[in-house]
Design a protein around this ligand. Structure first.
Ligand code: TGC
Ligand code: FAD
Length: 392
């Protein structure tokens, strides 16, 4: 792969709206991605392997629980810092950002918000340091967009619970130490349970042959009469709103992350367009290529402003699910369109692993589907503005 020459676009001087702390955190993450992710990520993706060697680095830049309080090992940062870290990581690769999103927003967040003090103290510091890695089991083979229909269930056996069922398409599952799993009790009420590797009847087979997120490990979570200690049930929230609350946090991070992938594609295409000569001049001098590049920077700038405002709302505790959906949907779609256009600017070179664009493009095909599909987020906006439910 080519050396990482990334220069971040900032067309509207958005840096002026960030605090010094935001910029320090962002720059540290950016430098780490350049040093430790860019040199290895292409090979990891080609080999379809999650590069476990980067786990300590992710922990060091605060990517595991950026907004979790320091008393539990988190970084105690605000929501804009969290977003900036996700942006920088996804600039390197969406699969690496996936690992950080799952660990922070889908594993640490529910333990912090819905768990008791003993659970917070047991799990959060180890997850923040990367000593333990987590996964989040909501999706099932027959219940993706409609998680409320899940069939994974647990029975109260007196001194423990008995868990049965299966989750599919689970990021980090093949190597996770703990899984936050959503399952129904005998009354059909959804609860979160922390399942630990090594519990009898719990297995995590990997899903192979993905063309997307190849540097992220995806798999199943299978539960066959798994005995779950009663203290592993998250006591402070139940119902579908509990997992959906975690998704709000992860979707917010993705809205920022997608900008990173888009910035990397734009920056690569801009540099290439200025260097690549055809018909005696740089291809960047042709109006058709300028149109692509000018539209890209316009869309990136709009997306940056969208998440910055959303981050302010989130810091104030005012961001709604529908506002988060709008940003996730818009920004991932924006990034995917930019990746496709940028790929064309590079001509044949664009399909090779010499450049990051094709990898970003393939990754974004997952990002536009997970954490709520493009369609589901549109329906969330539609319901919010009309008051009418078009899901069912
Ligand atoms: P609905 O009846 O609307 O809601 C059920 C209950 O939940 C409440 N609620 C929320 N609470 C907190 N946060 C939210 N975002 C909430 N949205 C809804 C709601 O108020 C209600 O509460 P109550 O007390 O009245 O019971 O539920 P529904 O069954 O109609 O479904 C709505 C729908 C379709 C929007 C929802 O199911 C949905 O978002 N589906 C998409 C599923 C999804 O996003 N799955 C993601 C799986 S995880 C993943 O993809 C990780 S990828 C990770 C990576 O690698 O980065
Ligand atoms: P379906 O729900 O079957 O949807 C298929 C199509 O139908 C979509 O286009 C959808 O928009 C459309 N559709 C569905 N319902 C409606 C409707 N009411 N109206 C109109 N159109 C509709 N899940 C986890 O729990 N944990 C994870 O860590 C995780 N990681 C993932 C990693 C990867 C790489 C991928 C690809 C997925 C991951 N997922 C994870 C699962 C992901 O959240 C689901 O794939 C997603 O929610 C969509 O579910 P589905 O694939 O079953 O699609």
């Amino acid at each position: 792969m080519k050396p990482d020459l990334f220069e971040a676009p900032d067309y509207y001087n958005i840096d002026d709206l960030l605090s010094e702390e935001h910029k320090l955190i962002r720059d540290a993450a950016r430098a780490w991605v350049k040093r430790d992710v860019s040199p290895i990520i292409e090979e990891a993706a080609q080999n379809a392997e999650f590069p476990k060697s980067i786990i300590p680095g992710l922990a060091e830049i605060g990517a595991f629980g950026p907004y979790i309080p320091e008393e539990y090992g988190g970084a105690g940062l605000d929501q804009i810092s969290y977003g900036l870290i996700m942006q920088e990581i996804e600039r390197g690769d969406s699969g690496v950002r996936s690992t950080a999103s799952v660990q922070s927003s889908l594993v640490m967040y529910p333990i912090w918000k819905y768990g008791n003090e003993a659970q917070r103290n047991k799990y959060l510091p180890k997850l923040a340091s990367g000593e333990w890695m987590g996964s989040f089991g909501l999706t099932e083979p027959d219940h993706g967009s409609n998680p409320g229909g899940m069939v994974t269930n647990f029975k109260d056996m007196g001194d423990h619970y008995l868990l049965n069922g299966a989750k599919l398409w689970i990021s980090n599952s093949p190597f996770c130490d703990v899984a936050v799993v959503w399952a129904k009790n005998e009354e059909g009420r959804i609860h979160g349970l922390v399942v630990e590797r090594g519990m009898e009847g719990f297995s995590t087979p990997e899903t192979h042959n993905k063309w997307s997120l190849r540097a992220s490990a995806t798999g199943e979570l299978i539960f066959q009469d798994v005995k779950i200690p009663k203290e592993n049930l998250l006591p402070n929230k139940s119902g579908l709103g509990a997992p959906l609350g975690c998704l709000d946090s992860a979707r917010y991070g993705i809205a920022w992350g997608a900008i990173g992938a888009a910035m990397d594609c734009y920056d690569t295409a801009l540099r290439y367009a200025k260097e690549r000569i055809q018909f005696g001049k740089p291809i960047g001098a042709f109006q058709l290529q300028q149109k692509k590049l000018a539209e890209m920077i316009t869309e990136i700038t709009k997306a940056q402003l969208l998440v910055l405002r959303l981050g302010q709302l989130k810091n104030e505790g005012k961001a709604t699910t529908a506002q988060i959906s709008m940003a996730k949907r818009n920004n991932v779609d924006m990034a995917l369109k930019i990746a496709r256009e940028a790929r064309q600017i590079l001509g044949a070179m664009g399909i090779t692993g010499e450049y990051s664009i094709m990898r970003h493009m393939m990754n974004l095909e997952s990002v536009i589907t997970y954490e709520g599909t493009h369609d589901i987020h549109l329906l969330i906006t539609g319901m919010d503005i009309t008051g009418l439910n078009a899901f069912k």
